[in-house]
Design a protein around this ligand. Structure first.
Ligand SMILES: NC(=O)c1ccc[n+]([C@@H]2O[C@H](COP(=O)([O-])OP(=O)(O)OC[C@H]3O[C@@H](n4cnc5c(N)ncnc54)[C@H](OP(=O)(O)O)[C@@H]3O)[C@@H](O)[C@H]2O)c1
Length: 267
């Protein structure tokens, strides 16, 4: 039997990118998926695809920067499926501006609101149910949560905060049976780059990435599923990301240069 057959899996940020690809990849295992994001039309289209592939699906649209929406997502899951086994806290956004180009500090707050506070809110609402099911929490952070990246200061800060929160929560959870698998993707082809905020707080509108040179969302999802199934502590999706963990301690100047080159080369 597949690890996620019958498993109640809540996926935030399911309407696009990594969240969407993860739902599509999980669906053939027969999970009970709860799809969340703001765009209901896209969620319903994904729900139809996932049902056809073998999943039961509940769609719960909402803006997760509102605390009430985080609580409602968990409440709707429990009302419909009666339990919650896996929380994939994936909804996120980014920015693309050097610190000296930023005209409005609101950019930092907006990024932090979704990438950090919404994840904390939904996790706190889900925690009693995850303890009851000895479930999994799967926060989607980033390699930018492990090292600095130029033009991403606010994004890096939000992802460092996320990793710090979950490293602490993992210890608190001790032998509760609830595990934390932190996902740290390197660049992935998704909408996030087009939606990135510029120095004026406006979406870029076009992707700055060399999309043919970076991982697809489907490839990222294929790496995530075994890491989630095996309840691994952390998944880093690229070789340079894995190497960076060690370089940061032993050759921090080198990891700074690798991060600068990744942004300069846009891959
Ligand atoms: N792509 C990369 O290169 C990359 C690399 C490392 C880490 N990540 C992380 O991976 C996660 C997924 O990103 P992605 O690349 O798949 O981005 P994406 O394609 O832009 O998808 C982001 C998802 O978040 C949802 N979302 C945005 N604002 C929201 C809000 N206020 N409330 C609820 N949902 C909201 C979006 O749906 P709606 O617009 O319908 O709400 C969408 O489903 C993020 O946490 C990101 O930081 C991405």
């Amino acid at each position: 039997m597949s690890e996620f057959a019958g498993n109640v899996v809540v996926v935030t940020g399911a309407s696009e990118g990594i969240g969407r690809a993860l739902c599509e990849a999980l669906a053939p295992q027969g999970p009970k998926l709860v799809l969340s994001a703001r765009n209901e039309e896209r969620l319903e289209a994904l729900a139809a695809t996932c049902r056809a592939a073998g999943a039961e699906v509940l769609v719960v649209p909402g803006d997760l920067t509102h605390e009430e929406a985080c609580r409602s997502l968990v409440a709707a899951t429990i009302a419909h499926f009666g339990r919650l086994d896996t929380l994939v806290a994936n909804a996120g956004r980014t920015m693309w501006a050097r610190v000296d180009e930023i005209e409005d500090l609101a950019i930092f707050r907006e990024v932090m609101e979704l990438n950090y506070f919404s994840v904390v809110n939904v996790t706190m609402a889900a925690l009693p149910h995850l303890k009851a099911s000895r479930g999994r929490i799967v926060p989607v952070a980033s390699v930018a949560g492990l090292t600095g990246v130029p033009s991403r200061s606010g994004y890096c800060a939000s992802k460092h905060a996320l990793i710090g929160f979950f490293d602490s929560l993992r210890i608190e959870l001790g032998d509760s049976g609830v595990t934390v698998t932190t996902i740290c993707p390197d660049f992935v082809v998704t909408e996030i780059h087009r939606r990135a905020l510029d120095g004026k707080g406006r979406p870029l509108g076009v992707t700055p990435m060399q999309e043919s040179r970076i991982m697809t969302a489907a490839q990222c999802a294929e790496l995530m599923i075994p890491a989630m199934a095996q309840r691994k502590r952390m998944l880093i999706t690229s070789r340079r990301g894995k190497l960076g963990r060690f370089l940061k301690i032993f050759a921090p100047g080198l990891i700074d240069r690798i991060a600068a080159k990744a942004i300069a080369d846009r891959k």
